[in-house]
Design a protein around this ligand. Structure first.
Ligand code: FAD
Length: 341
């Protein structure tokens, strides 16, 4: 079989990192990324990009932990390299604070992040409305630079990148041997998946360079995540809302909630409002499928539905998707050598 041709549909953090993992695990593959939108117009561009796992109820915890660990290890290495600034990856320390002590004081990811410990009384004094907290150091991606860095790496390894809206995965069968579906919320239309739904998120990106530590309310709704240039203030979680228009009432509410956690934010300037639709599902769809029409087959690998945690687990799921692509290619090579006998 000549160099296997692989198409990856989608250019968010999942599509780009999956394409990169395929080039690493299958250097002989010819990889193409097809997407109707690229940075800065994807959901991935809106994200805060904190490595802070979201829990997928339909996926075993040890699998989620593995995805998170692989992602953390990968980005930690970048944060310790000369690439860190261009890739927008940096370590950030801070606090997750709770009004009531949570049932689970040691989350499953506590030994993946660095220096996880309960907050001291002195630290908690900063948060008079909260009675318990966890301090740790994690990683943050500044999303648009990270996406551009991934695109640059793909181009450097010879990956073709085209703007194209794919109406049906089958339309790719005559051009590619394997198709990888990383369409995020677009998968609802692309493959008719009724299990995926949008969870709308509105965030503010502000100029407040004195804010150096992250602060997250344990309810997950209010957060302050400092990036290299801007601080992300969040947020909202609106299930089944498809609206991409910023809501001014929500902007004020987010700002007030964040100021009650960090009063100095009243001095923040240059407030930008962003909205994105989290591609949510009970579990990430990460599996092989074979499409077939009139005796012709097209192997597909799905990798979508990362909900609120796509940045936190992207490298782990991309590696698994690349492994599944390898299985598809091995199966194709097996059937083409059998056909020659
Ligand atoms: P997307 O970024 O949406 O990419 C999908 C791609 O597929 C796009 O390029 C799109 O154009 C393309 N596409 C879709 N349909 C088609 C088609 N038919 N043909 C061709 N191309 C198609 N996660 C974290 O881990 N940490 C955070 O701090 C964090 N904060 C967030 C804050 C907000 C406000 C939001 C909204 C999300 C946040 N997330 C966070 C979640 C994260 O953004 C998502 O999980 C992640 O971006 C999903 O990536 P994706 O590549 O699957 O989807």
């Amino acid at each position: 079989m000549a160099a296997p041709k692989v198409a990856v549909v989608g250019a968010g953090v999942v599509g780009l990192s999956t394409a990169l993992c395929i080039t690493e695990s299958c250097p002989s593959c010819s990889v193409t990324v097809l997407s109707d939108q690229f940075s800065p117009n994807t959901t991935s561009d809106v994200a805060a990009g904190m490595l802070f796992p979201h829990t997928y109820p339909g996926t075993p915890i040890h699998v989620q932990k593995q995805w998170f660990k692989e992602t953390f290890t990968y980005l930690f290495a970048i944060s310790n390299s000369a690439e860190a600034s261009e890739a927008g990856i940096h370590l950030v320390s801070g606090w997750q604070v709770f009004k009531d002590t949570p049932k689970e004081e040691l989350p499953f990811w506590s030994d993946v992040v660095l220096g996880f410990r309960p907050m001291s009384e002195a630290e908690l004094q900063k948060f008079p409305q909260h009675q318990f907290g966890q301090a740790f150091t994690t990683l943050k991606c500044d999303c648009p630079p990270y996406l551009l860095w991934l695109e640059k790496r793909l181009k450097a390894t010879g990956v073709q990148i085209y703007t194209r809206k794919v109406a049906d995965l089958w339309e790719l069968h005559s051009e590619y041997n394997v198709v990888v579906n990383c369409a995020g919320i677009g998968a609802q239309q692309l493959v008719g998946d009724k299990k995926i739904f949008p969870v709308r998120g509105q965030v503010l990106k502000v100029h407040a360079p004195w804010v150096k530590n992250f602060i997250r309310d344990g309810d997950g709704l209010t957060y302050i995540y400092p990036g290299i240039h801007r601080v992300t203030l969040g947020g909202t979680r609106e299930k089944d809302s498809w609206s991409l228009s910023p809501d001014p009432g929500t902007t004020k509410d987010i700002f007030d909630r964040c100021c009650s956690l960090e009063p100095s934010l009243r001095g923040a300037q240059d407030i930008e409002v962003k909205v994105g639709l989290r591609p949510s599902r009970q579990s990430v769809r990460l599996e092989r499928e074979v499409l077939s029409q009139g005796g012709v087959k097209l192997p597909v690998v799905h990798n979508y539905g990362h909900g609120a945690g796509g940045f936190s687990v992207h490298r782990g799921t991309a590696k698994e998707a690349a492994r599944l692509v390898g299985e598809c290619i091995a199966a194709l090579q097996g059937s083409s050598s059998r056909a020659k006998l």
